[in-house]
Design a protein around this ligand. Structure first.
Ligand SMILES: Cc1cc2nc3c(=O)[nH]c(=O)nc-3n(C[C@H](O)[C@H](O)[C@H](O)COP(=O)(O)OP(=O)(O)OC[C@H]3O[C@@H](n4cnc5c(N)ncnc54)[C@H](O)[C@@H]3O)c2cc1C
Length: 567
């Protein structure tokens, strides 16, 4: 072990490191430290101590988590050559569906790619058939083993300063290491072990969250949830954020907030917007096969480093409410870089590792402010309606207007730093669009519906949504693919319904012949899938099939007669 000055301690050939905790932070540290040391040409050994067996089914074999691997982490890992294998991926996610009491909006991935995946941290929840190969944490530990680390499936029971290093105590054994890395998550006993040898270390603050695994048939998950992560901004006390994450045979329920307990979970499950997502026959509280109330990090640790010791991942700094695995990657990799290239003494870790933690902590302060605003919106139905309206309007328009959608996408996915998200929210056009939509929610209280990319042809209009507005300009024809519409004539603020049309019928034909305004309003009656046919395509069709013109004239004449009768 090299001592360059009084305080400087560096790793050298033959140095040994104990990593306590084989979760993502411990694995990322190990993987990168071995890689960096190889690059520098020094031989180090790393023993990873992990108390859990990730090959076990149920809570005992899992590091409780929603299992979303963020867009940014998927990309960073790919760049580093870590490609998450297919058997580990439960589902790839391509959209977020935002639910409030008044409706829902689907936020499509801005990249148009499936770049977010859901995984199981362990082998799977209670009630599933065990497949150790699908555990994300096992996969990461496997990568470390391939790089040369020793994985020791044992719990560390104590730490003590030794003459030239740190003593790691097991039930029947003690071993001295040059450097000890703590990736022990939020286990209080394990964090206290570190406090005993690092008096300045103050463990992170935490609160209770909730995870429940709902068993469902694969086909039901596809038809009810699709490839979308469902997030809820419902006014349920203590719940800041609720999400349903689809996996292959399970849907993971995650509740974050302030000390979530069983009563809060039942209130959430009783919400209409939550229940309607599941098949009618399902009683949710009896379908939760595996559940737990794990701690989540809400404030960073103080001084997570000392001579020969560093803490990483949840034990040091995480990302508030989001992308904890991404933060474990950032801190694990940064600690590896500091230890291999700079040194393992307090001053070296302070100069290279601490700024990375501080950056996460500063970002979380902005995150706290964003969640404070979110909670205000969550409690106010008008603000929520305005939010939903803004997103739906954006998603129905072209992508250049996706300001709110992009900001929310980043909040939900956790891929972007909170400071950047905050900057997105500062856009003036977004602010005015939001205010306009809050105002519209009062003046036009009817629910807006999103045009979804359903499998059908054309656009899906929601109940009551206007397809043609009387008095507007238009030169296209509409053909009903599914559902029904009503045609109404507005006169002196009164409406006369002149027709109801169904599947394969058309409307808007007068716009094809006259350059005049629309003579009637047409609205969807229930959901209606409508195909728009523009003038050019219509004339081409008539050229190909002249009888189409005859059928059209026949229909127009019949409609005129019906309208005359009604008027
Ligand atoms: C409800 C909830 C939902 C979440 N959802 C997501 C999500 O969807 N996506 C996401 O990115 N993040 C999510 N997170 C955060 C994420 O789970 C954590 O940030 C991440 O697991 C931190 O990794 P870590 O390695 O620091 O700690 P952990 O994953 O907790 O790993 C610590 C490991 O140390 C081991 N250990 C502890 N003490 C000892 C000891 N004495 N000896 C040996 N081994 C020991 C433990 O067994 C464990 O395996 C969620 C968290 C919660 C609470």
């Amino acid at each position: 072990m090299k001592h360059q000055s009084i305080n400087k301690i560096e790793l050298e050939d033959g140095s040994n490191i104990a990593v306590i905790g084989g979760g993502p932070a411990g694995s990322f540290f190990t993987y990168y430290a071995l890689g960096f040391a190889q690059r520098l040409g020094i031989q180090i050994t790393i023993d990873v101590y992990e108390a859990k067996n990730f090959g076990k089914i149920g809570a005992g074999g899992c590091n409780h988590c929603g299992g979303i691997i963020s867009e940014s982490l998927v990309q960073k890992l790919s760049v580093d050559g870590i490609l998450i294998p297919k058997q580990v991926i439960q589902k790839s996610i391509n959209s977020y569906t935002l639910h409030i009491e008044h409706g829902k909006a689907i936020i499509q991935t801005p990249s148009q790619e499936h770049r977010i995946v859901s995984v199981f941290r362990g082998c799977g929840p209670k009630g599933c058939t065990g497949q150790p190969g699908r555990s994300f944490d096992n996969y990461l530990l496997g990568l470390c083993e391939k790089k040369g680390a020793n994985i020791i499936r044992k719990r560390v029971s104590g730490l003590e300063r030794g003459e030239n290093g740190v003593l790691v105590k097991l039930e029947k054994d003690t071993k001295e290491y040059d450097f000890v890395v703590g990736g022990v998550g939020l286990g209080k006993k394990s964090l206290n072990m570190f406090k005993e040898i690092c008096p300045e270390f103050e463990p992170p603050k935490m609160t209770r969250a909730y995870i429940g695994e709902i068993s469902m048939k694969k086909e039901d998950i596809s038809s009810h949830f699709g490839s979308s992560m469902h997030v809820f901004l419902l006014d349920v006390p203590k719940v800041t954020f609720g999400a349903l994450i689809p996996k292959e045979n399970f849907v993971t329920l995650v509740l974050l907030g302030n000390d979530i307990n069983e009563e809060v979970v039942h209130r959430f499950l009783d919400e209409e917007k939550v229940k309607t997502l599941f098949p009618d026959s399902m009683v949710l509280k009896y379908s939760l096969l595996c559940k737990c109330f794990p701690f989540i990090n809400i404030k960073e640790a103080m001084s997570p480093y000392s001579d020969r010791v560093v803490l990483i991942g949840d034990s040091a700094s995480s990302k508030l409410y989001k992308n904890g695995i991404g933060a474990a990657y950032i801190t694990g990799r940064a600690a590896a870089k500091a230890a291999v290239f700079e040194g393992i003494d307090k001053r070296s870790l302070e100069s290279v590792y601490a700024p990375v933690c501080k950056d996460l902590d500063r970002d979380n302060r902005v995150g706290k402010f964003i969640f404070f605003i979110t909670r205000m919106i969550q409690k106010n139905s008008l603000l929520k309606k305005g939010l939903l309206r803004t997103v739906i309007k954006e998603q129905n328009s072209d992508r250049s207007k996706f300001h709110m959608s992009l900001a929310l996408w980043d909040v939900f996915t956790g891929s972007e730093g909170y400071r950047n998200i905050f900057k997105r929210f500062l856009s003036l056009s977004l602010f005015f669009a939001y205010i306009r939509n809050i105002f519209s929610s009062v003046v036009f209280p009817k629910e807006l519906h999103q045009k979804t990319n359903s499998n059908g042809i054309g656009h899906l209009y929601g109940n009551g949504e206007v397809i043609i507005k009387q008095g507007s300009l238009g030169d296209c024809l509409y053909v009903i693919q599914e559902g029904r519409v009503e045609v109404v004539l507005e006169n002196n603020n009164e409406e006369v319904k002149i027709a109801e049309l169904g599947k394969s019928e058309f409307f808007g034909e007068m716009g094809l012949f006259e350059s005049d305004v629309r003579s009637c309003t047409v609205r969807a009656l229930g959901e209606a899938q409508i195909l728009t046919i523009d003038k050019k395509n219509f004339y081409e069709s008539i050229q190909n099939d002249a009888s189409l013109a005859y059928r059209l004239l026949e229909k127009i004449s019949h409609r005129l007669r019906e309208a005359n009768k009604k008027l």
